[in-house]
Design a protein around this ligand. Structure first.
Ligand SMILES: [Zn+2]
Ligand SMILES: [Zn+2]
Length: 455
């Protein structure tokens, strides 16, 4: 048995993976990972080690300037043929949707044997989808440490103007040159930190769910994420000075999040209620045809909001009479109506998901969960103590760095935050803080509180 939680990130890639104390073997499909100053120069070597002879290189106008031109030169100098596609400049923020993937498919050179994305969130997401469609591996040169999808096996896409997760394959190579990344816009660097802060809530909720629902949990993976998160928080001051070590810590944490999700085969190590706030806000913006803020910026705000909700929750004691009264008053047709009001045209999919997969509304299952919550309440409080920083301390740090700290700071109002809170419980089948609160019969008080905390 190998303890991988204290290993260097490069050790985590080994082909045979790790037999873990949790009973599973953890491995990632990521084969080449380089993070550091000047590492873009290893690109020819990385391509050779993966047997890639002719990549299809994808940039947008900004990432071409940041790194794409450099990639072209390096490939030219190494005598590696490639086809370059640069997305034309957009008037609005580019969405990872049919139009973007369609543009790539139409420009794709079928002689290519890999897709090499040069960019961050949207480019990486679209390239993974294209690579799956074309049946070739994907590789990525990161341009900003802004989100945790670099090494994940899924793409966060927009399909029919709805937010969906498409599972494809994790990139085979991730190259993050900190000389390039440290020059990214400051809001992108801070968004990356925001996406890392999410791990406080993610690990806390994962442990609580393990107790309440019996969901699989791996302490070694959790340790891996905690250690990386601590490094990012320690580096936060350096990040605003664009110090290479700080940029490296955040880039590494974001890549590690993808590896950890691959290890666990679920998104638990990296995402909790804060990500669901972000998904809900993004879906609302899509519904209205408005652009959203950066994913990581929303996750940072969602983290602080979730910790505030948990701080209120921990002052209460589970009350069987109250939970029973709330359960008795819960009415499925009324819930469906409310869900329609929140989700609009995605409501049918959400209602079907709850009925077929989530089963959270099932009275018997809910009663069982309530029992376990009551029996384990001291342990649940201890998990919150162990995993979470104080909201005031976190807010002070974020404010000091110039990060947004409230939904209103992101241009999102109290009503949308209240609705996002309600929707979070049923948008997927994940047990979250909002599910725990619902099980305790406290949803109405806390949806109110979520709205009040938006300001
Ligand atoms: Zn494990
Ligand atoms: Zn994220």
């Amino acid at each position: 048995m190998t303890d991988f939680a204290d290993s260097a990130i490069s050790t985590l890639l080994r082909e045979e993976g790790f037999a873990c104390g949790c009973g599973r073997r953890h491995r990632t499909d990521l084969r080449v990972l380089r993070i550091g100053s000047g590492v873009i120069n290893i690109l020819p070597e990385a391509l050779m080690s993966l047997g890639v002879k002719r990549p299809f290189v994808v940039c947008d106008a900004n990432t071409y300037e940041a790194a794409g031109r450099r990639v072209s030169t390096i490939l030219d100098d190494a005598g590696i043929p490639y086809t370059l596609y640069v997305f034309p400049p957009q008037s609005q923020k580019m969405e990872p949707d049919e139009s973007a993937v369609g543009a790539l498919a139409m420009a794709y050179d079928p002689a290519s044997d890999a897709v090499l994305g040069v960019g961050s969130g949207v480019i990486n997401d679209c390239c993974k989808v294209l690579a799956r469609t074309a049946g070739v591996p994907s590789l990525v040169v990161g341009t900003a440490p802004s989100m945790d999808g670099y090494a994940s096996d899924s793409s966060s896409m927009v399909q029919n103007r709805l937010k969906v997760t498409l599972y494809n394959a994790c990139p085979q190579a991730v190259v993050c040159d900190t000389d390039i990344m440290s020059a990214a816009p400051m809001e992108m660097l801070l968004a990356g930190l925001g996406d890392m802060l999410a791990k406080y809530v993610a690990i806390c909720e994962w442990r609580i769910s393990h107790i309440v629902t019996g969901e699989y949990y791996c302490e070694n993976i959790a340790r891996l994420m905690r250690r990386s998160l601590r490094r990012c928080v320690d580096a936060a001051e350096g990040l605003i000075r664009r110090e290479p070590d700080a940029v490296e810590a955040v880039a590494e944490g974001l890549v590690l999040s993808g590896i950890a999700m691959g290890f666990a085969k679920i998104s638990r190590p990296a995402s909790g209620l804060e990500h669901y706030f972000s998904h809900m806000w993004e879906m609302m913006a899509l519904e209205r045809g408005e652009p959203s803020d950066l994913h990581g910026a929303q996750c940072g705000v969602g983290t602080l909001l979730t910790i505030k909700l948990l701080e209120r929750l921990r002052t209460l004691t589970p009350d069987p009479a109250r939970a029973a009264a709330f359960a008795a008053s819960f009415d499925i047709p009324a819930w469906r109506e409310r869900t329609r009001g929140i989700f609009g045209r995605t409501a049918d999919a959400v209602i079907a998901m709850e009925r077929d997969v989530g089963h959270q509304n099932d009275p018997a299952l809910r009663a069982e969960r309530f029992e376990r919550i009551v029996d384990n309440w001291p342990a649940i409080l201890a998990i919150m103590d162990e995993e979470l920083p104080r909201a005031d301390d976190l807010a002070a740090m974020m404010r000091g760095l110039g990060m947004p700290v409230t939904p209103v700071g992101l241009g999102i109002g109290a009503e949308d935050t209240r609705r996002a809170y309600i929707g979070s419980r049923v948008i997927r089948d994940k047990y979250l803080t909002s599910t725990l609160i619902w099980d305790l019969g406290l949803e109405r008080e806390f949806e109110q509180l979520a709205g009040e905390l938006a300001v």
